[in-house]
Unconditional design. Structure first.
Length: 320
């Protein structure tokens, strides 16, 4: 979860010469920062370095990244006409640099660990397009969903088709597994999720090549876990706001779980990190199908040594 980032000195050095978008569009550099955490942290898989909104730029909505504020969409998508104006794009032509990054990263990893590709889920990407950037309440998104369901459906159908092809392209390029990030779907009620999100997420996952594991992740989703399971995925990602054992019991034996240490624990001392790791592993109970992970991304102010300590503790305690 956000393996490469500002907490790593080697990543900061790359960012001194490249903006975020330029880094994502430079396969050699993106592959380099994809592999960096494997060497620095000793993790058991590499995660493709790419931004969740790379798929938005070819839609012509005016994507930029404002310093300290995150992504900004200059031309938000609010009406049916806005949706109609969105071009139909082929990921191979729109974001070829992502697939080249996958190929280069696989070559650099040399089979040491698998590579996980990823994409933003249709709802989360749609929320950025509709809101015009990050949001707390997602009022414009929810307004469209309830007041203009036909417009919402048209937008989600566009994004679902693109996302499925985008992930399939990463798999074809060499990704061993893929993760679908629905970062903001926790703002919805279970009923809204089932009506307005689940069918589209399901269509993405169902369209992927069989046999390639899919991790389905969201934040703030304690009330949506069963619905997310129904939408699909071999593994359901858990954030830190839910008890892992209780969540897995709700999900049932048919799926694995990923998670779910609070990223803020890594800002503390080793004793607390040890306690946190032990608690997560105790919740998993040694059952097959648990991927130890944070409940969301590594925080920028985290000492990298603490991340390495966490990884080492997971390996040590798991062997016991």
């Amino acid at each position: 979860m956000r393996q490469a980032g500002r907490y790593l000195p080697e990543y900061r050095r790359v960012r001194e010469r490249l903006s975020l978008l330029d880094l994502c569009k430079t396969p050699e550099a993106a592959a380099e920062v994809t592999v960096q955490p494997v060497d620095r942290l000793g993790v058991d898989a590499a995660i493709l370095f790419a931004d969740i909104l790379l798929v938005a730029e070819p839609l012509g909505v005016g994507l930029t990244f404002a310093k300290g504020e995150g992504p900004v969409i200059a031309r938000p998508v609010r009406t049916r006409d806005d949706v109609v104006r969105l071009p139909t794009v082929d990921p191979a032509e729109a974001v070829p640099f992502v697939f080249e990054t996958v190929r280069l990263a696989c070559r650099a990893l040399e089979g040491r660990v698998p590579l996980i590709g990823f994409a933003g889920a249709p709802f989360t990407v749609a929320s950025y397009l509709v809101e015009g950037g990050p949001s707390r309440e997602f009022l414009e998104t929810r307004r469209m969903m309830y007041a203009n369901p036909d417009t919402w459906t048209a937008l989600m159908e566009r994004l679902s088709a693109f996302t499925a092809r985008y992930l399939a392209g990463q798999i074809e390029a060499g990704a061993d597994a893929v993760q679908l990030f629905d970062s903001w779907v926790g703002c919805l009620s279970p009923d809204a999720y089932r009506r307005h999100v689940l069918p589209f997420t399901r269509s993405v996952i169902a369209a992927l090549p069989p046999g390639v594991p899919v991790i389905h992740f969201g934040t703030g989703t304690a009330g949506l876990l069963e619905a997310m399971r129904d939408a699909g995925g071999d593994v359901i990602g858990l954030d830190w706001r839910v008890d892992l054992a209780a969540a897995w019991s709700r999900l049932g034996p048919g799926v694995g779980v990923q998670g779910n240490l609070d990223p803020a624990v890594l800002l503390s001392e080793r004793a607390e990190i040890t306690r946190g790791v032990a608690a997560v592993l105790e919740g998993a109970g040694g059952r097959a199908g648990h991927i130890f992970n944070l409940g969301h991304g590594v925080l920028p102010s985290t000492p990298w040594e603490h991340v390495r300590a966490m990884v080492d503790l997971v390996h040590e305690m798991s062997r016991r």
